[in-house]
Write a protein that binds this ligand. Structure first.
Ligand code: T46
Length: 135
């Protein structure tokens, strides 16, 4: 088992009705952290790439609210590509995982629920530095 095995797709509750669907996420219940921040990526141009970093301590749940995109997770030993395309699945990403995001469809919206407020010092933006600190 490597750290990447802690990252998994979480099947979120879905209340389906003829008037539409409703999905909810409760911190500490559906995700293994309290939610302190929400942010989202949208209007991503075709062919653009996002990510290219790892977090030292941040836990996240990443959801394709609309459209689709891919995320490649990398724990320094192995890599896994996830295709997110449904708003009732969230990808839980634990700390110390490098991620790259690409293949955004037109109109894609990527919602992120995060365990902490924005803090640039929590980022590794250099892959070699990330790898060095894994040891
Ligand atoms: C992640 C992926 C999925 C803020 O000022 N506050 C914030 O809460 C965030 C998330 C970003 N920023 C600033 C920092 C940069 O100047 O927004 C700018 C763009 O951020 P970044 O280049 O990190 O964006 P992405 O899309 O590559 O990554 C973001 C998150 O940073 C990251 O946590 O996992 O979305």
């Amino acid at each position: 088992m490597t750290p990447i095995d802690n990252c998994k797709l979480i099947d979120l509750p879905k209340i389906g009705e003829p008037r539409g669907n409703l999905t909810f996420v409760e911190g500490g219940r559906h995700v293994p952290f309290e939610i302190k921040r929400v942010y989202y990526l949208y209007d991503v141009p075709g062919g653009a790439e996002r990510g290219g970093h790892a977090h030292k301590g941040l836990h996240q749940l990443i959801v394709a609210m609309s459209g689709s995109f891919d995320i490649v997770l990398d724990d320094g030993q192995s890599k896994k590509r996830f295709h997110l395309a449904r708003s009732y699945f969230g990808l839980y990403v634990c700390p110390m995982i490098w991620r790259e995001m690409d293949n955004f469809s037109s109109g894609a919206v990527c919602l992120v629920l995060a365990s902490n407020l924005y803090d640039e010092s929590d980022y590794y933006r250099d892959y070699d530095e990330f790898k060095r600190d894994l040891k």
